[in-house]
Design a binder for this molecule. Sequence first.
Ligand code: COA
Length: 345
Amino acid sequence: MPYSRIVGLGHYVPETVITNQYLSTIIDTTNDWIVERTGIEERRWINPADDTVANMAAKATRMALKRANLTEKDIEFIIFATITPDYFFPGSGVLLQRELGLEDIPALDIRNACSGFIYALSIADQFIKTGMYKNILVIGGEIQSTALDITTRGRNTAVIFGDGAGAAILQACPDEGGASIKDRTSFRKGILSTHLHSDGRYAEELYVKDPGSSRPHSERQSEQITDTTTYKLVMNGNNVFKHAVVKFMDVINEALDANGMTKNDITLLVPHQANLRISQYIKDKMQLNDSQVYNNIMRYGNTTAASIPIALSEAWAEGRIKENDLICLAAFGSGFTWASALIRW
Ligand SMILES: CC(C)(COP(=O)(O)OP(=O)(O)OC[C@H]1O[C@@H](n2cnc3c(N)ncnc32)[C@H](O)[C@@H]1OP(=O)(O)O)[C@@H](O)C(=O)NCCC(=O)NCCS
């Protein structure tokens, strides 16, 4: 059975830097509050004249293809994780396909918020293991800034979220595994396992309500679009935080247990960049070293499905990911959904 390896990573973030200082001039907040509670110093927000989710994804894809020594024509399937597609429908996958000048290949959108990239990676992994495709493009891309309530009323979310895109090229590679699970994982390169979860009881703890199709006809019509609150991102931050710290650790341990490994085997944990305090809590609880956890939330905020591939791409470019390293990805977010992946590079 073939295995999947990530052979190329790329990312793109919009040019416009939004500092905490700038936000404190338009809403009632301070740099100190934001840094202390979230670790975020700045984030990137799009200029609608320049960027769309699909064109940011195309820029990230071209970087990933170049690093993988591949071209657009090598891509056989696009899996696009986003909760902020350019259109309500169709999804961003087909728009990216068009941006890349490709025709006919399948494109699938995944709507699992901050866990979306790991869900997409897991789906790509299954398609590679069955032998159906050899090169799959997996994307996480988001424009959150245009859905934020950038007023004092929305300050608990306005300061957190950012825009950007990250890309990974998954390629089929031959199985070089040994006999037992433990032996096999020490030999095999690529994605060792993925672990996906959800709990819809908490769907409204972090969500954008509209344009929701379950509204009566009279409420989905144009005059309702001026009802600003339901089109904005709403989050119960305390409850999200409490669940996140538990589920992040559960799903990381699940991945380690499934492969007969311990936290000491992890070279680099790349958590979804939700909040620096969440990453630090996990690091302390799991007794990981600073060098074992990658964070870039300081510069980009929380970019939802884009955060893990942007972080992976930067970590790789900085030389923090080398051949044979054990990389753990972990995410938690709206749904609630949570997921992990263990990768031997
Ligand atoms: C959002 C979050 C940073 C808020 O931090 P917190 O310590 O929980 O703060 P609270 O929500 O309890 O709010 C404390 C006070 O700060 C205020 N506050 C909220 N946002 C603020 C801001 N940007 N600037 C200043 N004050 C702010 C609140 O209004 C509240 O004031 P009050 O005590 O007068 O009512 C935090 O809950 C969090 O990070 N949660 C997880 C979010 C997350 O990871 N989401 C993504 C998941 S994928």
